[in-house]
Design a protein around this ligand. Structure first.
Ligand code: ATP
Ligand code: MG
Length: 397
């Protein structure tokens, strides 16, 4: 995704101070359009700075769009949309956005480091992603560039979506013909209507196709269209319906296949009508997958919920909320048993709670350590309901 000249130029910025107040501490990564740095404001605040590559900054239209579109993220009004704090222009005409600094790793990095996601991990992540998209779509904001490099898993276990608005900037670069092929960088996650450059046909359902493609790849390490080059993949996307995810993950349960295949339908009106509809099915599948993995998964997940309830009200954490909603699909008897087990038990120290610290580790933890049980603790410290099991609301959204 990065080429060497861009990286060299970016590395040369490290140690410098931008517009007299942002010290560039280190280079995080170089993308197709910009370099991302960790920087510290003279007041001590640490941020991420996204600096548009010089060849794009020379183009007035691209530069203006970059500064304007960057702020689209702030209109989404969801904690999963990465906040843009400021922007500025350098003496040499370079432009940059200042963003909240995320600690963790992108899904792209996660997949390269640790391989494919398990189905439970994948559906959990998709649920969080769809939550952000549902909020964005309600405000008529379509992301248009959902891909693993733009999905970030924070150390606190939240899923953040990067680069709202950036696809518009990319479109300007193509119009300006500043760099052939820039559009191809994201070809693997681009729905047919976008690959065909039918920009007027792009809508919320285009993002859902991209979420389906992301899930397809995250589960299988294969692209939707199996083709040797990005151009071939793009041509295939324009012409052919997606293959079923079952062709690359034959063991995936039918309900999970159904969600991904529906998102990837060639015709927009055969996909889910909106992010909320896809999220509902995604949550159902998440609960089903957890159930299929056996009682320990459910018990650990439910015990986590007790921990979550104890640590913070569910409403204050999107992760807790999502987990709680997903758990509503689990068997009441097992869940109440789990709650009782948890009530008899001391939750592990916060630092050792991967279920809270990293949602993607929920399944991994449970799958790898089926006998893991919290240490004993007095019952009084837990405020969670004991028995009878609470009536649970129907899954919503
Ligand atoms: N606010 C941030 N905090 C921490 N890391 C970030 C932040 N924004 C971006 N990154 C990291 O920088 C990487 C590069 O981001 P960037 O958007 O420039 O490239 P890309 O998404 O790979 O390509 P493209 O230019 O096509 O969007 C991301 O994958 C992510 O790991
Ligand atoms: Mg990006």
């Amino acid at each position: 995704m990065s080429d060497d000249p861009s990286r060299k130029t970016a590395l040369a910025r490290v140690g410098s101070t931008l517009v007299g107040k942002w010290h560039v501490d280190r280079l995080l990564d170089v993308g197709g359009m910009a370099a991302v740095f960790v920087a510290t404001h003279r007041n001590g605040k640490r941020v991420a700075i996204k600096l548009l590559h010089a060849e794009f900054a020379q183009n007035e239209d691209v530069r203006a769009r970059f500064l304007r579109e960057g702020y689209v993220a702030n209109k989404v009004g969801h904690p999963g949309a990465v906040e843009v704090l400021d922007d500025d222009t350098l003496d040499d005409g370079g432009v940059f956005l200042v963003m909240e600094l995320l600690e963790g790793e992108s899904l792209d990095a996660r997949l390269r480091r640790a391989g494919v996601l398990t189905p439970v991990e994948c559906f959990f992540l998709a649920d969080r992603l769809l939550d952000v998209l549902a909020a964005a779509h309600q405000k008529q904001i379509v992301h248009r560039d959902i891909k693993p490099a733009n999905v970030f898993i924070t150390q606190a276990g939240e899923i953040k979506l990067l680069d709202f608005g950036l696809a518009r900037v990319r479109e300007a670069t193509v119009d300006a013909k500043t760099r052939d092929g820039i559009v191809l960088g994201t070809a693997a996650y681009m729905p047919p209507e976008q690959a065909r450059a039918k920009t007027d046909l792009v809508d919320a359902r285009s993002d859902l196709w991209a979420v389906g493609a992301l899930m397809f790849t995250a589960l299988s390490n294969h692209y939707v269209h199996d083709a040797p080059t990005a151009i071939d993949r793009m041509v295939a996307t324009m012409k052919r319906p997606a293959r079923s995810v079952t062709t690359v993950v034959p063991t995936l349960p039918a309900a999970a296949v159904q969600v991904i295949d529906t998102a990837l339908r060639f015709e927009k009106d055969q996909r889910y009508p909106n992010a909320g509809a896809m999220q509902l099915e995604t949550r159902r599948v998440f609960a089903e997958l957890a159930r299929a993995q056996g009682p320990m998964v459910q018990m650990t997940a439910a015990a986590t919920r007790v921990g979550v309830i104890e640590r913070a009200p569910a409403e204050s954490s999107p992760l807790a909320r999502s987990l709680a909603v997903a758990l509503d699909g689990l068997d009441a008897s097992l869940e109440s048993l789990a709650i009782e087990v948890a009530i008899e038990s001391e939750p592990p120290p916060v630092s050792q709670r991967p279920t809270m610290a990293d949602p993607v580790a929920v399944a991994a933890l449970v799958a790898n350590e089926p006998k893991a049980a919290p240490a004993p603790r007095p019952t009084t410290a837990v405020k969670a309901p004991v028995a009878p099991p609470r009536p649970r609301p129907t899954t919503k959204k």
